[in-house]
Design a protein around this ligand. Structure first.
Ligand code: ADP
Ligand code: MG
Ligand code: MG
Length: 252
């Protein structure tokens, strides 16, 4: 599904800031891969570079989605190809209704894929069901995107976007940060409901607790802009008990 080879990236405005230093990672369809790692190891930057955010320059390596070169595409083309990123810090968009935003995004993607657009009535039917599952009330759908939402509401809104867009490859950047246990379970349930054979997940998290609810198939540890260790769930438990120090020392 997602294949990243020897990916190097630096800040566009300051090429001395090298953030990704040879990331190698393959996420198969139907699998959930988790990335853990100390603060500043490049986890968010990896998600930004994959989704096409400005400000980073790829200097080496490749990233493909179902064999298509992601790095050659505009951000909206990457989305239309099936890539989705749930932000670590969801953005507030004053003046744009949440419902309008979602419907515009869904229909832009359907159009890009050559599918019929959804009518207002059809869209409403789907969004109401999915919002209810995430305990997002009708009021939140009418308000401007994320404006005045609590931290937990913003994160649930990211998962609603994901559920509506039905991406092939989902990247969640610390979607659990700032959530209480109940909100985290809602988010995890939302993600688990979307797990399917044709879909891959990359779950970036600082803490092991999210992985109690979203059981990963593979766990990677990232440090210094590369994946330094790969294993199973036991790796997440090791980090939970001993922190990153032992793994960093072992790799060194
Ligand atoms: P993580 O998500 O693992 O905490 P980040 O990807 O946010 O790490 O950051 C990786 C490193 O790159 C950090 O040292 C961070 O300070 C640096 N970095 C990322 N983006 C920028 C930027 N726009 N300007 C300056 N430094 C940046
Ligand atoms: Mg961080
Ligand atoms: Mg981050």
């Amino acid at each position: 599904m997602l294949e990243i080879k020897n990916l190097h990236a630096e800040l566009s405005e300051d090429s001395s800031v090298k953030i990704l230093n040879g990331v190698n990672l393959t996420v198969e369809a139907g699998k959930v891969h988790a990335i853990m790692g100390p603060n500043g190891s490049g986890k968010s930057t990896l998600s930004y570079v994959l989704s096409g955010r400005d400000g980073y320059t790829v200097t080496e390596g490749s990233a493909t989605l179902k064999g298509e070169d992601l790095l050659e595409m505009e951000p909206q083309e990457r989305a239309a190809a099936g890539l989705f990123l749930a932000f670590q810090y969801p953005v507030e968009i004053p003046g744009v209704g949440n419902m309008t935003f979602l419907r515009t995004a869904v229909n832009a993607q359907r159009k890009a894929r050559g599918e019929e657009e959804l009518s207002a009535a059809e869209f409403l039917k789907v969004v109401r069901v999915k919002a209810k599952e995430l305990q997002i009330d009708a009021d939140m759908l009418k308000r401007p995107v994320n404006v005045g939402f609590s931290g937990g509401e913003k994160k649930r809104n990211e998962i609603l976007q994901m559920a509506m867009l039905e991406p092939k490859m989902c990247i969640l950047d610390e979607t659990d940060s700032g959530l209480d246990v109940d909100a985290m379970k809602l988010v995890a349930d939302g993600v688990n409901a979307l797990r399917s054979e044709g879909r891959g997940f990359l779950v970036i998290t600082h803490y092991q607790r999210l992985l109690d609810h979203i059981k990963p198939d593979v766990v990677h540890i990232m440090s210094g802009g590369r994946i330094i260790k790969t294993g199973g769930v036991e790796l997440a438990l090791e980090v939970e008990h001993n922190g990153y120090a032992d793994i960093l020392a072992e790799v060194k």
